[in-house]
Design a protein around this ligand. Sequence first.
Ligand code: F6R
Length: 367
Amino acid sequence: EKGGFDHFMLKEIHEQPKAYRDTMRGRIDEAGQSVVFPGLNLTEEKIRSLNNVHIVACGTAYHAGLVGGTVIEQLVRIPVANDVASEYRYSSPLVTPETLVIVVSQSGETADTLAALREAKSKGAHVLAITNVVGSSIARDADDVIATLAGPEIAVASTKAYTSQLIAFYLFGLYLAQVRGTKNSDEVAHVIAALQSLPEQVESMLANVDAIKAYAEEIASHQNLFFIGRGMDYAVVQEGSLKLKEISYIHSEAYAAGELKHGTLALIEEGIPVIALATQEAVLEKTVSNIKEVKARGAAVMAITHEEHVTDLLRSVDQALSIPKTLPLLTPALSVVPLQLLAYYTSLARGNDVDKPRNLAKSVTVE
Ligand code: F6R
């Protein structure tokens, strides 16, 4: 049942190229020029009338929503607010009929997410669910469903569901941009081509895990560590940090790199591991200066970046790992993979139950 893998989590990490392809299938026209969403109840007229978007979810799905929010804001230039469902449902959310509420849930059964959906609907919002289970309660109650086609996810730590949610957001963001005319057809085709290259790029990363495995064995003896990043990288390290906490039980924090000096730098001491995700060209220099801040206080920094920056970064970090190149907006679909593997191999090195971490359930159907 684990298809030759030691754990479901590793199997599911390896199923990601297929999950990307399956989630894209039927949603891109044959020429690779535009995105199609057959059967959507959300009309083009309604899309043109939208004033804002709320993205609501829990845990890993919330982290996918953070990426999705940036994607929609960048492609569509419409304001997006992200919230966790347990806060949103009690926050008397500012929802109007011109608000699109997107709820994200692998299981489609998370109690808080379902309650948030109902709250938004009662206030007149159109609610779209991105879910991996089309027969779920959330799918049933939503006005529209975009199914992620990741296949069943067994490991408690979510991997392929998260990345499939990213793919769903890329496609839906492009679709909104087409309808609202914020991206022209060449720009859309350019992003589609990059999307279609992602599965192979993930395959190439999965064929070469030795460095991340060795690094996992190094950090396995630590009690605390930090992840830092800016922009898209910040969204991804939040997911990387959650993944690591869930299954390795090591305390970790994900920080916006520029925010360190406002307090957290006090916790940086000799030898503490800091994992810096540095893929976003536009802020790379800024991230490098944050890396230098933690290095100056004795941190051991591992950077994850693109090949072309490795040599440069190695002047300021202890170790560097490279990931394949894609558009900045699409990078999360690649950069999260080494972080998933890091969590997996660290959990393994600590002798934990990878697929069934303590205190956690796969589906949280109680508040
Ligand atoms: C983390 C994890 C949880 C879930 C969260 C939401 O790996 O699995 O954080 O992401 O409980 O679950 P769904 O997506 O089923 O609503």
